[in-house]
Design a protein around this ligand. Structure first.
Ligand code: AMP
Ligand code: GLY
Length: 428
């Protein structure tokens, strides 16, 4: 198989790393890729907004499979473009990707199909929003409707804070068109969980569960980020919860999309809150998670290329995924300034030393080559990932690898997987 991976982050490096291990993959091309991906296959320049150009590239490469990492090309309709050219691709159509592309659509979809989600009001203009805010309990969550690169969800503790957010989103248009509509949502407490499945619209293949760490600093303090680390182990979700998630959330979602004439194919990410009253969907993503992908592929024992080819072909019912009982942890090394404007161009040292450690892989997220040396090129620079027999050993391993790595301004969380470690201790 010739496989094309689109994207340049840690998730895409992790997907490429796992695809490369498949005996079926003869040629791996990454567009645009990054220096880590360049060690696995050829990297070619590409504009992910140019859907026609990407289809031309896949055609030229005779790609048997294209795997899309980020959401933007999916929300823009890359799957429809590839379908027109009869090019196999993993990812939902533009209509199905609206689950991530519009929070108003996603919330109304869930209401229509009785999928448990926090109560909400959808507001089409700031007048509606100020009226809705008169009848809420505090705090509330305010979500911009469109894609906002992680900046579109804010928690307001008071009416003054909420007013300032509505003003910023809907009157000053700080997020552009993404903030033209908002969802005002009930604030929920509980533990968050990332539950990701592969589907071809009929069969559903759930991945192992994982947990992200969205806040910048230890103990979930500081601003939200794209994700500062993630882990996956057998203890996150027990068989009962897994069945409940599949029956009450995943199945109604896939069937609901089908019923609405938007059949879904690709990765579907359920961002969940486990509340005292049961699991609730906070968000959908129309793609794999980042950084969840990194520990997940580290635990995946099956051939990813085969599963993805079957997804694209509508033959997922005959695929399976086996998971190691090992645990895996990814710690993101971020640049100074992140999640605001990151400092870049800083020399990264210790890559080879870190990767020499058993069970460790360093996924590149925001890096580039400068004179043959790897320097930082984004907010999340690296995703250091370790696999080991249990979560304690994986955490020790990942932080031993982090110790080897350095760049000016580097910062990271020291408590990735702490919640999982508590559970592990409780089980023993
Ligand atoms: P989202 O992009 O919708 O997942 O929101 C980003 C983050 O905001 C989530 O991962 C949660 O940490 C938080 N969040 C979103 N919705 C809620 C909610 N209804 N209650 C509490 N926290 C939320
Ligand atoms: N880790 C959160 C996301 O991929 O959206």
């Amino acid at each position: 198989m010739n496989v094309l991976v689109l994207g340049s982050g840690g998730r895409e490096h992790a997907l490429a790393w796992k695809l490369k291990q498949s005996p079926r993959v003869k040629k791996l091309v990454c567009a645009p890729g990054n220096p880590g991906m360049a060690r696995l296959g050829e990297c070619v320049a590409a504009d992910l907004a140019d859907l026609k150009g990407l289809a031309d590239l896949a055609e030229k490469l005779k790609a048997d499979l294209t795997v899309v990492g980020p959401e933007a090309p999916l929300v823009a309709g890359i799957a429809d473009e590839f379908a027109r050219c009869q090019l196999p691709l993993v990812g939902p159509s533009r209509a199905a990707a609206e689950l991530e592309g519009s929070k108003v659509f996603a919330k109304e979809f869930m209401k229509r199909h009785h999928i448990p989600t926090p109560d909400f009001t959808a507001c089409a203009d700031h007048g509606d929003a100020y009226v809705a805010l008169c009848a809420v309990e505090w705090p509330v969550v305010i979500k911009a409707d469109g894609l906002a690169a992680g900046k579109g969800v804010r928690i307001a503790e008071t009416p003054d804070e909420a007013t300032a957010i509505i003003e910023a989103f809907m009157e000053k248009h700080e997020l552009g068109a993404a903030g033209d509509r908002v969802v005002i949502e009930e604030y929920l407490e509980g533990e968050e969980l990332s539950f990701i499945v592969l589907t071809d619209g009929k069969a559903v293949l759930p991945w192992a569960a994982s947990q992200d760490h969205k806040r910048l600093q230890d103990d979930d303090r500081g601003p939200n980020t794209g994700g500062m680390g993630a882990y996956s182990d057998e203890g996150i979700v027990d068989a009962g919860l897994r069945e409940q998630l599949l029956g009450e959330i995943v199945e109604p979602t896939i069937k609901g999309l089908q019923a609405d004439g938007r059949p879904y194919q690709g990765f579907l990410y359920f961002g969940l809150m486990l509340t005292r009253d049961g699991p609730r969907v906070l968000e959908f993503n129309c793609r794999m998670g980042d950084p969840e992908c990194q520990p997940l592929v580290a635990r995946l024992e099956s051939d990813l290329a085969e599963a993805l080819a079957k997804t694209a072909a509508g033959e997922l019912a005959s695929a399976r995924l086996d998971w190691s009982s090992d645990a895996a942890v990814c710690v993101v090394l971020a640049s100074a300034g992140y999640p605001g404007k990151p400092e870049t161009g800083k020399l990264i040292s210790g890559l080879a030393e870190a990767e020499k450690l058993a069970g460790v892989t360093v996924f590149h997220a925001g890096t580039r080559l400068e004179g043959g040396r790897v320097v930082t090129a984004g907010g999340r620079a690296l995703g250091v990932t370790a696999r080991a027999a249990d979560l304690r050993a994986a955490v020790d391993r990942v932080y031993a690898a982090v110790e080897k790595l350095h760049f000016e301004g580097m910062h990271f969380r020291r408590d990735i997987a702490a919640r999982g470690l508590q559970k592990l201790q409780a089980r023993r």
